[in-house]
Design a protein around this ligand. Structure first.
Ligand SMILES: Cc1cc2nc3c(=O)[nH]c(=O)nc-3n(C[C@H](O)[C@H](O)[C@H](O)COP(=O)(O)O)c2cc1C
Length: 385
């Protein structure tokens, strides 16, 4: 195991072709929101207590009535096949082994059914709604049939954020072979071989299947060219409920007013998220909104993501009132660096760091972490970001 998530990032940078690493790692515009996500965690300081018998610690928490090993989920990320073949199956298996849910993206490169076959663990579906609503309906139907428990509707991508690096690298789907890309690929023969063995560039097979398209390149281009449904609105919650019996969570909330609206609409939870700093360049970080959002959320589950790179970050989010955090890039760095072993290592690393933090805080139960574990001026420091 490497010492920290950032070491997996460094290794991933060396192993992946340039365009794939930039797609994984980069943020929107000049990377301001991405930097802010990381800086926010640094602002929060702990207030450790001593001599409190921390021989036994319990990292577990309950989410929607289900026990999970710690307050974290492997969050939804699209196009994971760029880093490793059958990536979502690998991620789902590793999440199950770590005792936490895995959220499968609509833009996944493995089928819902294959992910289910790969893991007996808890699975959630992340939904993007395209203009033809039948695609989303079919995806919900397939996920229900496969025993997925929870629906996560992502709402912060009505259009793609402006990602300069993708423009610079000429990255789009299907991947065009330009001279620049060819030179990039030649510098990473091992990565190329891995991609070739899986049959070339990863495909959005889930989307294609629910759209009734094949998995050929032309079909992929057609699947991608279909637009997100920009008319989606709060009034569509009823439509979602009609197609999903389990908990429904909305992801991409960045204002306290929208937390209140989610509650009025009877949703089960929200994910405070700026999409890993990949959408709106000058977005606030989810962590800095968390203290205000807690009061507005009431009984809603309150998830937070963006910039979680340490087990201590998870403790900070939990102490500020989050139910759990979502991981975006961290497990993907592990995947790109070392494949299945790398994902397992990153999740184990975060677990170790989380337990170390609990013990050093004098806290025996993750479930009980609250603002008393933080320096009182942490909120001021977050506000001053
Ligand atoms: C490469 C990549 C792909 C992503 N794809 C999706 C996606 O398909 N659906 C989604 O809801 N969020 C997606 N996200 C956002 C993540 O779910 C999450 O909000 C974000 O990555 C958290 O920040 P972190 O990467 O700093 O942990 C993606 C993020 C990354 C890095």
């Amino acid at each position: 195991m490497l010492p920290a998530v950032k070491d997996y990032r460094d290794l991933a940078r060396r192993r992946l072709s340039r365009f794939a690493f930039d797609y994984l790692d980069g943020g929107a515009e000049d990377g301001q929101a991405l930097a802010r996500n990381l800086a926010a965690f640094e602002r929060v300081l702990f207030s450790p207590r001593i001599l409190r018998d921390v021989a036994e610690v319990d990292a577990g928490v309950e989410v929607f009535g289900r026990r999970q090993a710690m307050p974290m989920l492997v969050g939804p990320t699209g196009l994971n096949g760029l880093y490793w073949p059958r990536a979502e199956e690998v991620l789902a298996r590793a999440a199950h082994a770590a005792g936490v849910p895995f959220v499968l993206s609509t833009a996944s490169t493995s089928l819902i059914e294959d992910v289910r076959a790969a893991s007996d663990g808890e699975l959630w579906l992340q939904l993007y709604v395209q203009q033809d609503r039948r695609i989303a309906q079919d995806m919900m139907r397939r996920a229900r049939a496969a025993g997925f428990t929870t629906l996560m509707l992502t709402v912060d991508t009505v259009v793609h954020g402006k990602r300069d690096h993708d423009v610079r690298n000429g990255f789009r789907l299907p991947v065009p072979i330009t001279p620049r890309l060819a030179a990039d690929l030649l510098r990473h023969p091992r990565w190329c071989l891995r991609m070739l063995r899986q049959g070339g560039a990863p495909r959005l097979v889930n989307l294609a299947r629910s759209a009734g398209l094949g998995t050929g390149l032309a079909a992929q281009a057609a699947a991608m060219s279909r637009q997100m449904d920009r008319s989606l609105a709060w009034s569509d919650v009823a439509w979602l409920r009609a197609h999903w019996a389990g908990p429904v969570v909305v992801k991409g909330v960045l204002s306290v007013e929208d937390v209140r609206e989610a509650r009025r609409q009877g949703l089960d939870g929200v994910v405070l998220s700026n999409h890993g700093g990949r959408q709106l360049g000058s977005a606030p970080s989810a962590l800095e909104l968390l203290p205000e959002a807690v009061a507005a959320a009431g009984p809603l589950a309150l998830f937070v993501d963006g910039g979680v790179r340490r087990g201590s970050d998870i403790a900070k989010a939990r102490a500020l009132g989050a139910t759990a955090v979502l991981l975006g890039r961290a497990p993907l760095y592990g995947l790109a660096a070392r494949g299945p072993a790398g994902v397992a290592e990153v999740l184990a690393l975060l677990r170790d760091e989380f337990e170390i933090t609990l013990r050093l805080l004098g806290q025996t139960r993750a479930q009980d972490l609250d603002a008393r574990a933080l320096r009182p001026d942490s909120l001021e420091r977050l506000r001053g970001l």
